[in-house]
Design a protein around this ligand. Sequence first.
Ligand SMILES: Nc1ncnc2c1ncn2[C@@H]1O[C@H](COP(=O)(O)OP(=O)(O)O)[C@@H](O)[C@H]1O
Ligand SMILES: [Mg+2]
Length: 308
Amino acid sequence: GINGEDRILGKDLGQFMSGLHMEDLVSKKREQMLYTAPDGRMVTLGFSSSELKNTEEKTQGYIIIFQDLTEVKELEDRLRTSEKMALLGQLAAGLAHELRNPLSAISGAVEILGSDVKPTEDNLRLVRMATQEVERLNLLVEDFLILTMPIQKLTTQVDLGLIISDTVESFTKTIRRGNIEIVNQVEKGIYVQADSYRLKQAVWNLLLNSVDAMPIGGLIMIKSSTEDSSAIIEISDEGKGVDENFISRIFEPFFTTKEVGTGLGLAIVQKVIEGYNGNINVISSRGNGATFVITLPRIKGVPADVIH
Ligand SMILES: Nc1ncnc2c1ncn2[C@@H]1O[C@H](COP(=O)(O)OP(=O)(O)O)[C@@H](O)[C@H]1O
Ligand SMILES: [Mg+2]
């Protein structure tokens, strides 16, 4: 960051690079340090020094080479952070896995307690609460494991329309909430490469969010279209929409605006869809509902080995 010979020539090092002293530099062969450049930037400065000798082996001066290592340093730091994150992820996955057995032991024990010949009204309420909370923990652990496990490389070709109508059917049977109408306009015969179980789960998570966003009910619309080599699914609702302040964060694991949310639903959806080389986007603003758009690579025509 120093320009102009006149600012350097004939001057002592400390005069144009404040805080640096020739004696310090030449006493070390090679080192790194933090240095404030004339423009105010904090840089990681690397230097190496070597003596300049004449033919009689007498020291004439020194050659000091400076190098701006700021970017290299930043890259190193970032790498270290991502390694740490990967390690943490592995540990957490291991922990979640270990939680499964005790959880099923607890739910078994609670079930037996509940079937006690004559539990009091109060005890029955407690048993029910314990059952519910264990179930919630189970789902959390399950979701967490899905998120941390790699998506299987797949070879099955599935009918998107079929997957969606199956999901909608079991969803309406399981989640009974008033005044929710689901209109599914997805036609059969659009094929993608995916795992039907995971894909159903992704659609399920989106439907569940839409239901959550419409406490007094409303319409959920599912549509499909195709572009040359991609299949597009749109799931839209008339719910409260996503606040623009955090729309960029909703796919982050553990991001939730709900009192009892896990914040894992959309992270899973994104992981699943991206695992099949697709992508997912959201169009929404507060008060205007939300539309989630999934794009997946499409297999043209009817594949021979389609799984139903
Ligand atoms: N259809 C939707 N309408 C409005 N907000 C949504 C919708 N889907 C997701 N969100 C927002 O994204 C957040 C994250 O969703 P998700 O990952 O499924 O976790 P969770 O449902 O446990 O909160 C939700 O808490 C909510 O704020
Ligand atoms: Mg959710």
